[in-house]
Design a binder for this molecule. Structure first.
Ligand code: HEC
Length: 491
């Protein structure tokens, strides 16, 4: 594989640096000194009126009321009670929804029926001759699929789903979480260029956040904007940071591209190294620790997901289902599931203990940038370079909400906060906050802020690489391509 290609991608912001030609040789002052604070001018977004949002309050689309007549008129001569080409009867609700496999509840994009009625390819398109269905008819059928294949208006209520979220105790642990104290002094490596924020994480149990630097991890209080100190990471670039559920451990994963990759576990209170697992020939680009702290899952450019024991460092399971780099891995807060995503947009849900297959979640068309679990373990959010954010119901892989244009040109990160709100950042230079119901609540521009604070020369672009939400849900923090942090209050 082409070396440059390999080097530029494991680290999104290095790619961003190349793409956006950010200045080399800028001063290497501590990013935290410059942690910008205060509210951005408010910019309440128009309510969410995207056509793709199928959960709007219109009259429900049902088979009996809307879909049957379209299918009977256009398809029944070949797929009706008389003739059933390809064994398919579209004139009968039970046949279409149960037997055929041509519609997948909640997912028009994965439904063969939609594929054939929108195809223009000879031999695939349906109907095989004459005009294709009008766009309105296609839209109705899509909506019928996406809202759950309702048979008639009587069947609506029970089957409609929402993103409904009840906040529960975050971790089931009592007492205050670990807070760093008296961290050892760290000698910093001077870097020639400003180092982007490649990883950012927040403890669920204490006002402690962590951000990556070159060979170093900074610990700070996101809401207060104050700094605890730093931990050395001589392995190279920490590309992934995440706190364990208990808040006691900080996982840092990364390494040196095309040389070495490892995961190190630190004690949050003291900054001491407790263990290291994995010994990869390339930097580790995705990692997470199970809620019971017994396992670490890593995602690699080798296309494998590996699950290691934290007790003895042994390899417990290997998942080889992904056909491209594994770019995101995340254990559910209850430990039941492991979600993994890859560079071509595929996501899989696994048994969190055994690594057994549960469900494929295919919606993204490009690289999956991040996976984040809601604290009740009922929903996992995914985001990627296709600009889409999806809230998945993990019971059956149903996309509860799907925002295809969450950020133009690509979504770089997504993270749930304690109250079920989701923070996202993207290549459009903005950070967005989504309500627990999946509505866009707020949009912040990082460039505006960086310019206002004098952190950015006009004309130099800067992107929000990572986002995190403070443990109390009050604040969103974004790291950028030139090593700064920005924070805003969450409404
Ligand atoms: C003139 C006859 C005819 C009409 C009208 C027709 N189909 Fe078909 N359809 C076929 C035939 C023949 C096949 C089998 C094609 C094959 O196996 O290659 C087929 C196959 C299919 C399949 C299965 C494709 C696959 O490969 O999985 C679907 C889904 C389908 N049709 C949907 C529709 C829909 C929806 C309509 C109406 C909008 C429609 N068809 C109208 C003849 C027709």
């Amino acid at each position: 594989m082409n070396l440059l290609h390999r080097l530029s991608l494991p680290i999104l912001s290095v790619a961003a640096l190349l793409v956006f030609g950010l200045n080399a040789g800028a001063d290497d002052k501590m990013a935290n000194d410059k942690m910008a604070s205060g509210m951005m001018a408010t910019d309440p977004m128009a309510s969410d009126g995207q056509a793709s949002d199928v959960k709007s309050n219109d009259t429900p689309v049902t088979y009996d009321d809307h879909v049957a007549s379209i299918l009977k008129k256009n398809c029944a001569t070949c797929h009706g009670d008389g003739k059933q080409e390809a064994g398919l009867n579209l004139a009968n609700y039970a046949d279409v929804t149960n037997e055929s496999g041509v519609v997948v509840a909640g997912r028009s994009s994965a439904s063969r029926l939609i594929e054939v009625i929108t195809s223009t390819e000879e031999g695939e398109r349906m109907p095989p001759e004459g005009n294709l269905l009008p766009v309105e008819a296609v839209a109705l059928i899509k909506k019928w699929i996406d809202t759950g294949l309702l048979e008639n208006s009587g069947s609506s209520a029970a089957e409609m789903r929402t993103l409904g979220f009840q906040a529960t105790a975050q971790t089931g642990e009592e007492g205050p979480g670990a807070v760093p104290a008296n961290l050892p002094t760290v000698v910093r490596t001077k870097t020639q260029r400003r180092f982007p924020v490649l990883a950012l994480a927040t403890s669920l149990r204490a006002p402690v956040s962590a951000m990556s630097g070159y060979g170093v991890i900074e610990l700070f209080d996101a809401a207060a904007g104050s700094r605890y100190g730093a931990i050395e990471f001589p392995e190279g670039e920490p590309l992934v940071l995440t706190f364990s559920r208990s808040g006691r451990l900080l996982l840092a994963a990364g390494g040196k591209p095309v040389q070495s990759g490892t995961v190190v576990l630190f004690d949050v209170a003291t900054g001491k190294r407790l263990a290291s697992v994995g010994d990869e020939p390339d930097a580790i680009i995705a990692a997470d620790i199970s809620p019971d702290e017994k396992r670490v899952a890593i995602g690699c450019t080798s296309r494998l997901v590996k699950i290691y024991s934290t007790e003895d460092g042994s390899l417990q399971a290997t998942i080889d289902k992904h056909t491209d780099w594994v770019t995101a891995v995340a254990f559910s807060p209850d430990g039941k599931y492991l979600a993994t995503g890859d560079r071509i947009g595929n996501i899989h849900l696994w048994d969190g203990t055994t690594g057994g297959v549960i469900l494929p979640l295919s919606e993204h068309k490009k690289l999956v940038r991040a996976l984040s679990w809601r604290s009740d373990s009922g929903v996992v959010a995914s985001c990627g370079e296709d600009g889409t954010v999806v809230w998945w119901d993990v019971k059956d892989g149903w996309p509860l909400s799907n925002k295809p244009n969450a950020h133009a040109d690509g979504v770089l990160d997504c993270r749930f906060g304690p109250q079920g709100k989701l923070a996202t950042s993207g290549r459009d230079g903005t950070v967005k906050i989504w309500s627990a119901e999946g509505k866009e609540l707020k949009k912040f521009s990082i460039a505006d802020k960086a310019l206002a604070k004098g952190l950015l020369q006009p004309g130099v672009s800067v992107l929000p690489t990572r986002v995190t939400i403070a443990d109390d849900g009050s604040t969103v923090v974004a790291g950028d391509t030139i090593g700064h942090l920005h924070k805003w209050e969450i409404p």
